[in-house]
Design a protein around this ligand. Structure first.
Ligand code: ADE
Length: 379
């Protein structure tokens, strides 16, 4: 990826571009970043690049001709042109990942009051903000974006794993980290992290990440696949008659369950034949458990006594909004049964408000897929 930063203060970026991980990436040619001095495109002897804003209170705005000449000097018609400004769209990990797909970026740093709006309208593709505060110029937001982009370039961050484990990569916050000494100021590192038991460590890290997200950034939950953050398995219970869902509908339901990582589909014994036929033809279909009643379904799903069973009854009216059901799912973390067709009764049962459509009702196959996607699909 090639990035050109047009700035009145190129020296601002020089240590950033030669230090640490970004510095190494630049040196190794993994990313190509250049800072270009806007003053080289000024007019007159005073290297003037800005002038008083019309109708302003004495603030300065960078002149459109200067910006135009500087941009033309980059010599690329295909580059995506960005302007960091507090009035832009918020820079999120998603936006960074979308920008990482571009071949070439030009970032134009404003100072004082910013850039002449006519130039922005004519030449800027995206205005972005790094947060709800006002900085003195666009250089720090430019470096913020370059830093976030460079981490996504293969080979820049040592182990790929550390990128995929980071905050926001899976949609939830990262787990806290510890290093030596194992006791510091009387505080011990959580014992599980020094246990050497990889499976327990992984589970602990995912659960602490889940709780941190629940307490600090519950807003992130709506877009995250939370399957990995649960301690136990998820089951889908189908309590619908063969008049409502025929064998091919069952096939679709079982395929969706498999695609979203559901451990078992639980259904009435008369559906066994539908599933047996499936298992021979589809590899990714989860195991099917057949039980004679909804009560037996919940008993089976909750058979592991170490954690409470959470039952989410989809398509019941009235019910809690699906995001609240998702929050409860992450909080409980134990085995979870999501039922379709008949709401079981008992403790820990959440009746979930039906998925709303603007037209008619969804067929059961689509309903199961849409429901599972809200919990276990990532955006
Ligand atoms: N320029 C000044 N403040 C800014 C911000 N918060 N984000 C992006 N660019 C800026």
């Amino acid at each position: 990826m090639k990035v050109t930063v047009l700035t009145a203060f190129p020296e601002f970026l020089s240590s950033f571009l030669s230090t640490s991980i970004v510095g190494r990436a630049v040196e190794r040619g993994l990313i190509d970043v250049k800072a270009v001095d806007l003053r080289d495109f000024s007019q007159g002897n005073y290297r003037q690049i800005d002038d008083y804003s019309f109708g302003g209170k004495g603030g300065m705005t960078i002149m459109p001709e200067v910006l135009d000449r500087a941009l033309a000097s980059v010599g690329s018609d295909d580059a995506k042109v960005l302007f960091p400004t507090p009035t832009g769209s918020v820079l999120t990990q998603d936006l960074v990942e979308a920008l990482a797909l571009e071949k070439e970026l030009v970032i134009i740093c404003g100072h004082y009051e910013g850039l002449d709006e006519r130039f922005v309208r004519e030449s800027v593709d995206l205005e972005y903000s790094i947060g709800d505060y006002v900085l003195t110029g666009g250089e720090i937001p430019a470096m913020t974006l370059i830093d976030a982009l460079s981490r996504l370039v293969p080979g820049v961050v040592g182990k790929e794993l550390s990128v995929t484990d980071d905050s926001f990569y899976n949609g939830l916050l990262d787990t806290p980290h510890y290093t030596r000494p194992s006791v510091w100021h009387g505080q011990e590192v959580p014992a599980v992290l020094t246990s050497g038991d990889d499976a327990r460590i992984e589970k602990y890290r995912k659960r602490t990440a889940a709780f941190l997200t629940l307490s600090r950034r519950p807003d992130l939950l709506s877009r995250a696949n939370v399957m990995d953050y649960l301690e136990d398995e998820v089951y889908v219970g189908i309590v619908v008659s063969s008049d409502t869902v025929d064998p091919s509908g069952m096939r679709g339901i079982a395929q969706s369950a498999g695609a979203y990582g559901v451990a078992r589909v639980i259904a009435a014994p008369e559906r066994r034949e539908d599933f047996d036929a499936l298992r021979n033809t589809l590899a990714s279909v989860p195991e099917i458990k057949c039980v004679p009643s909804v009560r037996r379904m919940t008993e089976w799903a909750g058979r592991k006594k170490h954690a409470p069973l959470l039952v989410i009854a989809a398509e019941t009216r009235p019910g809690v909004p699906w995001l609240e059901a998702k929050r409860r799912l992450v909080e409980t973390g134990g085995p979870t049964l999501i039922t379709f067709g008949a709401p079981p009764t008992g403790e820990n049962v959440i009746a979930m408000r039906p998925i709303q459509t603007t037209g008619g009702e969804l067929p059961h196959t689509a309903l199961v897929a849409a429901t599972l996607d809200r919990f276990f699909g990532s955006r």
